[in-house]
Design a protein around this ligand. Structure first.
Ligand code: GCU
Length: 138
């Protein structure tokens, strides 16, 4: 497959809750991060081979304030305080992509809130190979 989806609601959640009250999510729900610094979601991601992959986060932020998060792969921050800006409504879901190297086999991808607002509502992580012709859906 050109990509693999990992649902936030089945990832490892620290200081957040699974909810389904804002339409438009995929899977069975999304993670509502607690509104504090350090709330996080960690995905267990498998890679067939080592190399750079696209990590695409689908999220909603119904506020007008950014909800930045550190993106870490295997414990190393690969995108510090990556912006997750307002999407206009909690039911409006958008995607942002970070390119990062994965190792062959098991990896962790963690998204950790860096401001007191916590993270956005997080729907899923899509992992796809760099240069794949099939792009993540908007
Ligand atoms: C509202 C919204 C939640 C969201 C929260 C927040 O309560 O319903 O889905 O997570 O705001 O600001 O984080």
């Amino acid at each position: 497959a050109a990509f693999t989806d990992y649902q936030a609601e089945t990832a490892t959640i620290s200081q957040g809750v699974v909810e389904s009250n804002h339409a438009g999510f995929t899977g069975s729900g999304f993670v509502n991060y607690d509104n504090l610094i350090g709330s996080s979601v960690e995905f267990a991601v498998s890679a067939a081979a080592a190399g750079t992959q696209s990590l695409t986060f689908r999220f909603a932020n119904g506020t007008s304030a950014d909800r930045p998060m550190d993106i870490a792969v295997n414990g190393t921050v690969v995108a510090a305080a990556r912006s997750f800006p307002g999407t206009g409504a909690w039911t409006t879901w958008q995607e942002i992509t970070v390119e990062a190297p994965l190792q062959a086999g098991g990896n962790t991808v963690r998204a950790t809130a860096t401001t007191a607002g916590g993270g956005p509502n997080l729907d899923r992580l899509r992992v796809s190979g760099q240069g794949d012709t099939e792009k993540p859906t908007p």
